[in-house]
Design a protein around this ligand. Structure first.
Ligand code: ADE
Length: 357
């Protein structure tokens, strides 16, 4: 509930929680998530919830590739973490009845890392590279002819005797995933036939994800319980799936194991996750902009230094959801709190005049 001050000039904050990181709300993938997500991952596009525009495009491309008996064009997925880029890649592989090799750019340090993987592929295989914006230059240059013409350019010999060899590769599809499409080099980006941004999920879509996961895990949950979890999951299935398990544990210990809206609310309160899915760091960030910088604009580096966070973490993990929800705004001079942000944090929204001066 928001608290509004009567006095126009006084900013009265809510008694917000101390700044605590909430592991349940982090979008970074842990080893636990990896094995857990593998178990609950949808296998077919029809089972995959949300991203409907992307799914329609993919259905056509997959069918065309199958009919032509040709590999699918290389695909690039970008967007905030936890939205299902890896899941989608494995769904595509399933739809194509192809094998998938999953790796990430930091694991492809030496030329022989990428060469080894490329040479182990078979016709029609999918190669998935996560965090593809982090590829080094040498690896990237090995990928260019591999993606374009399915060749590896190898050199043998030394000095005057050096020879270039074109080694043919199987016709594979590269699926790249990144949270930072802007950091991809132009030549690499240009080699992807399909480039798509994954969107945050609506509460309705997340409710379906929650119900589906609960069913697989044999957790009893009603529609309202699923909606409560969905509305506090920051538009992110990875978070929703984590919360289902935490809420189910709570229901099991505190009650009869069945999840309804009340149990879900109590469990999430006990986990210190507020009605909007904001955690201690989000709130500290918003409070900082409101109280120390009069609502902004304030630079990212300043915010990061004041919070003792890495600016990349703020930019990649915290900001996307706050921006998407219109809680903060990005301006050329830095980040600004929006009227909605003031309201959410329990502050009076300053008048336009106050905002200008
Ligand atoms: N689990 C994680 N993401 C999902 C999605 N988009 N659809 C179904 N289950 C999921």
């Amino acid at each position: 509930m928001a608290i509004f001050s009567d006095d126009e000039n006084i900013q009265k904050p809510l008694d917000i929680n101390k700044r605590t990181k909430n592991k349940n709300l982090e979008t970074k993938e842990t080893a636990f998530d990896k094995s857990f997500e593998n178990n609950i991952r949808p296998k077919k596009l029809d089972e995959y919830i949300g991203q409907s525009a992307l799914k329609s495009t993919l259905k056509i491309s997959i069918e065309a590739a199958k009919k032509r008996n040709k590999p699918l064009d290389h695909l690039l997925f970008y967007g905030p973490p936890g939205l299902g880029k890896t899941t989608l890649a494995s769904v595509i592989a399933n739809e194509l009845e192809a094998n998938i090799k999953i790796t990430s750019a930091p694991a492809l340090e030496r030329p022989r890392d990428i060469i080894g993987i490329l040479m182990s592929l078979k016709n029609g295989d999918i190669l998935f590279i996560d965090e593809i914006h982090r590829l080094n230059k040498v690896t990237e240059e090995i990928l260019y002819p591999a993606m374009e013409d399915f060749f590896l350019d190898m050199t043998t010999g030394k000095a005057q005797t050096v020879k270039t060899l074109r080694v043919p590769l199987p016709k594979f599809t590269l699926i790249g995933a990144t949270t930072k499409a802007g950091e991809l080099s132009g030549p690499l980006r240009d080699r992807f036939g399909i480039i798509h941004r994954l969107q945050f999920y609506t509460t309705e879509e997340l409710s379906k994800v929650v119900s589906r996961t609960a069913k697989i895990l044999e957790i009893s949950i009603d529609e309202d319980g699923a909606a409560v979890i969905a509305s506090r999951s920051r538009g992110t299935p990875r978070i929703a799936n984590r919360l289902v398990k935490r809420v189910a544990d709570y229901a099991f210990v505190k009650s009869d194991g069945k999840v309804n809206a009340k149990i879900a609310q109590d469990a999430l309160e006990a986990l210190n996750i507020d009605d909007n899915g904001l955690d201690g760091t989000d709130k500290a960030l918003l409070k900082l902009i409101i109280e120390k910088y009069d609502g902004g604009p304030v630079g990212l580096e300043t915010i990061a230094a004041a919070l003792g966070e890495d600016s990349k973490t703020i930019e990649d993990v915290y900001e996307p959801y706050l921006l998407q929800e219109g809680i903060i705004q990005r301006t050329p001079r830095g980040r600004k709190i929006s009227p909605e942000g003031y309201r959410l944090m329990g502050y009076k929204v300053p008048s336009l005049q106050q905002q200008l001066f």
